[in-house]
Write a protein that binds this ligand. Structure first.
Ligand code: FAD
Length: 404
């Protein structure tokens, strides 16, 4: 039996590895000059390869596709991923939040290990697959260089974001050409564009230990942690997480609790005390005692209080405005950044079309879809690569067991 894997990314290399280690002839096609291009930029070049938090924790971090992933994660979980990389000579370490990285802090070591695992596969680089056709029981692949016949095909072409890594959404077209439903691709884990002009003044500011609240189409969300301001957007861990729940919705209200550790009452007492201790100073000196300097300025403008106003002339009403804005700093939502900027692509091949045990297409036997091309997306923490590996493993086992 010969199998074609379209895409030499995380999922394609894993599937090719499992198949070839089980004696199956595999050809991996990738349009790029080198395989695993996206892996190099994962985890800021360190590659957060999985999350050691266990299966329940994995499922809690799947935004779309939770039920679908039950079977695949049971067969190949984060422990399987970790054991595999360690066995391939890539020592790992576990950091905050159970995030797993190579000990070397080099994403390239993950790619090298996958290439070692897939060492028996033929890897055809600079060869883009253009068309897949079913001819009787076989598949005819037309590439940028030639035509080939295969018994089975695994589509591992990724999503549609960071397209310079080669993931340009070809898999969606292949799926549609076979009559499958594809949910429109949309950005996930992406910066959130904000209407407020003050973003420009706050560019580069990182806020730690804040809570971002969201009301998205009537549903409430809150995430505690770190957030970053870009010139027209919010980004950083909690903003990226929020973006995955926003999806294609436009009815979105966002606000920040800048002092989540303090109750309103405690914060009010603190404000009163700060006022009493600084009666003859400018209100700006009180604000910058509570907030980073650049934010203190923006914050006072938001409270409509002149920064040079003397504390002893700040009214009770103004003090209440300060309290409200500390607990509820409004951010006016505009939209999400475009698909290209998403760490992952949400949407994709409709999971109803796919057998969750084997990743085989239900309508067209012999063709499999794995990784980000599927309508699955997870939060940050190593869960997206784990999804790529688990779905890859399921497809390979499906082919191996079908042969037995
Ligand atoms: C900046 C960034 C950081 C990230 N960090 C992390 C992280 O730390 N942890 C984590 O879990 N996830 C992370 N992710 C997400 C993760 O990288 C992806 O979910 C994962 O790589 C998806 O794997 P895949 O194999 O499905 O697709 P990809 O890795 O995108 O691979 C698809 C491959 O298919 C090839 N291809 C596409 N079309 C064709 C065609 N027609 N013919 C031939 N070849 C084709 C492409 O060239 C590409 O090599 C990050 C993503 C980004 C963008």
């Amino acid at each position: 039996m010969n199998v074609a894997v379209i895409g030499g990314g995380a999922s394609g290399l894993m599937a090719g590895g499992v198949l070839s280690q089980n004696g199956i002839t595999v050809t991996i096609f990738d349009g790029n000059e080198k395989p695993g291009k996206k892996i190099y930029i994962t985890g800021k070049g360190r590659c957060n390869v999985t999350n050691a938090g266990g299966r329940e924790n994995y499922l809690e971090n799947v935004v779309n596709g939770k039920r679908f992933m039950f079977s695949a994660i049971n067969r190949f979980d984060s422990k399987s991923t970790m054991d595999l990389f360690e066995s391939l000579g890539c020592p790992l370490k576990i950091e905050r939040g159970n995030r797993v990285f190579p000990k070397s802090d080099k994403a390239s070591d993950i790619t090298k290990s996958l290439l070692k695992y897939a060492g028996k596969c033929e890897i055809k680089l600079n060869e883009k697959v253009e068309k897949i056709e079913k001819k009787d029981d076989k598949f005819l692949l037309t590439t940028s260089k030639s035509r080939y016949l295969f018994d089975k095909v695994i589509v591992a072409t990724g999503g549609k974001s960071y397209s310079s890594t080669g993931s340009k959404g070809d898999g969606y077209r292949f799926a549609k050409e076979f009559g499958l439903n594809v949910l429109p691709p949309r950005p996930a884990l992406v910066p959130i564009k904000i209407k407020d002009k003050f973003c420009r003044e706050l560019e580069g500011l990182s806020l730690k230990n804040v809570t971002l609240y969201g009301e998205i189409a009537g549903k409430k969300y809150s995430f505690f942690g770190e957030m970053l301001f870009a010139h027209d957007a919010i980004t950083g861990p909690i903003a990226l997480t929020m973006s995955s729940f926003i999806g294609d919705k436009s009815d979105v209200k966002l606000y920040l609790d800048l002092k989540p550790a303090l109750s309103e009452q405690t914060l009010e007492n603190r404000l009163i005390r700060d006022f009493q201790n600084n009666l003859n100073k400018e209100i700006f000196s009180v604000a910058k005692g509570l907030l980073p300097k650049s934010l203190a300025d923006v914050f006072l403008k938001m409270c409509s209080i002149d920064r040079s106003k003397k504390v002893n002339s700040v009214t009770k009403n103004e003090r209440e405005r300060m309290l409200n804005n500390l607990k509820k700093f409004t951010l006016n939502f505009e939209c999400l950044y475009p698909l290209e900027c998403g760490i992952v692509t949400a949407g994709g091949v409709d999971l109803k079309e796919i057998n969750p045990k084997t990743m085989e297409c239900k309508k067209v036997g012999g063709i499999y879809f794995i990784g980000e091309v599927l309508d699955i997306d997870c939060l940050t923490g190593g869960y997206n690569l784990q999804t790529a590996f688990s779905t890859a493993y399921a497809s390979a086992r499906g082919i191996i067991e079908g042969r037995e």
